[in-house]
Design a protein around this ligand. Structure first.
Ligand code: PEP
Ligand code: MN
Length: 357
């Protein structure tokens, strides 16, 4: 349930609601907007009737059910979109953010050359895998700690904050020392142990959508992070499994728009894994921004034909620079009026709770 406090409700009235939510057997999560606060009561087993009775409490404007199984992730509990700060770069703000870099960190020369090139072309964050989830155990598995040190060196030289994947709970602490944002790869989207630990790591998390996960399952995976105390979460659509074989995955652009309608979290798109084809990265990037993506994550390699992973979908630095020149601001502006014009049905029903903060 969402308890919308009235504009001008006092701190004492808010505290009373928080205390009552706990007494009713739920956990209170408070969001303070510029004018008023919202208290989300989450959990199971408590008394919903007792919560509804809070309508009569002083300072309470309304008590409404949360329409979806994901609660803290739901757009209903925040009037504003969440902005995630990654080393000073804001994801989810006015400007779309581009994360770029190689699939895997392979050598000092490779990561430094790529970092310099993507920075010069206008990328805001550097990506690079140190611990790689490979389909075959015989394929390159990543340089591990050595790669983390190289990513740190690249950040020190270019100033680009670093995003890298974490596959195992036992690596979280170490990777957290080197990276600004931790990526949960598609294969681990439903690794609930990993999500629970990442909820406590104090770092921003990039949560990729599983190749066979529904949007609801993806948002419920994000709910683990928020419920565990980490609100700095960015969602990433990276393509799903379909019957198509000409592309590696099917980039689900509708899911980008849908996730932004259902959730207040920023949503970015990964046209590299989403298509698996270098020739489709530019059109897919333009389409993702036009549909409202808050940013892109793109694989770039100094020499894609020699890449140890994902060469077929990696751009070389010149191709990336050309792509960046084509990604103009008006593309993303296309999406905004659409979002304002067509609120989804559940939002229309709960318009007050969505827009009243
Ligand atoms: C990657 O980013 O290199 C990667 C392995 O992505 P995904 O988990 O989406 O396959
Ligand atoms: Mn990759």
């Amino acid at each position: 349930m969402v308890i919308n406090m009235a504009a001008g409700a006092s701190e004492a009235e808010l505290q009373h609601v928080i205390d009552r939510v706990k007494e009713c057997g739920f956990q209170p999560h408070v969001t303070r907007g510029s004018e008023r606060a919202i208290v989300a009561a989450v959990g199971s087993g408590g008394s919903r009737a007792a919560l509804e009775a809070l309508k009569a409490a002083p300072g309470v404007e309304d008590v409404v059910p949360i329409a979806h199984p994901f609660k803290l992730v739901s757009r209903q509990i925040r009037g504003e979109r969440t902005r995630v700060d990654v080393g000073g770069v804001v994801i989810g703000g006015e400007a779309a953010v581009v994360i770029a870099g190689p699939c895997s960190v392979e050598s000092r020369e490779q990561i430094l050359a790529t970092a310099r090139a993507v920075k010069a072309a206008g990328a805001s964050l550097l990506r690079g895998g140190a611990y790689k989830p490979r389909t075959s155990p015989y394929d390159f598995q990543g340089l591990g700690l050595e790669a983390l040190k190289l990513l740190r060196e690249a950040r020190e030289e270019t100033g680009l904050p670093v995003v890298t994947e974490v596959m195992s709970t036992q690596d979280i602490e170490l990777i957290g020392e080197y990276a600004d944002m931790l990526q949960v790869g598609a294969r681990n989207m439903q690794n609930y142990d990993l999500l629970r630990q990442l909820a406590k790591c104090g770092k921003a998390v990039l949560l990729k959508r599983g190749p066979s996960a529904t949007v609801k399952e993806w948002l419920l995976a994000a709910e683990y992070l928020l419920a565990g105390g980490n609100g700095n979460v960015v969602l990433c659509e990276r393509g799903i499994k379909t019957f198509e074989t000409e592309t590696r995955n099917t980039l689900d652009l509708a899911a980008v728009a849908l996730a932004r309608e259902l959730s207040h979290l920023p949503v970015i798109a990964d046209p590299s894994h989403g298509t698996g084809r270098r020739d489709l990265i530019a059109p897919a990037s333009r389409a993702a921004l036009a549909i409202g993506a808050d940013g892109l994550i793109i694989e770039v390699h100094p020499c894609p034909e020699r890449a140890l992973s994902d060469g077929a979908q990696s751009l070389n630095p010149e191709e990336f620079a050309r792509l960046m020149q084509g990604l103009t601001a008006p593309l993303r502006a296309l999406a905004a009026p659409l979002e304002m014009r067509i609120p989804v049905a559940s939002e229309r029903l709960n318009r007050r709770s969505v827009y009243s903060v």
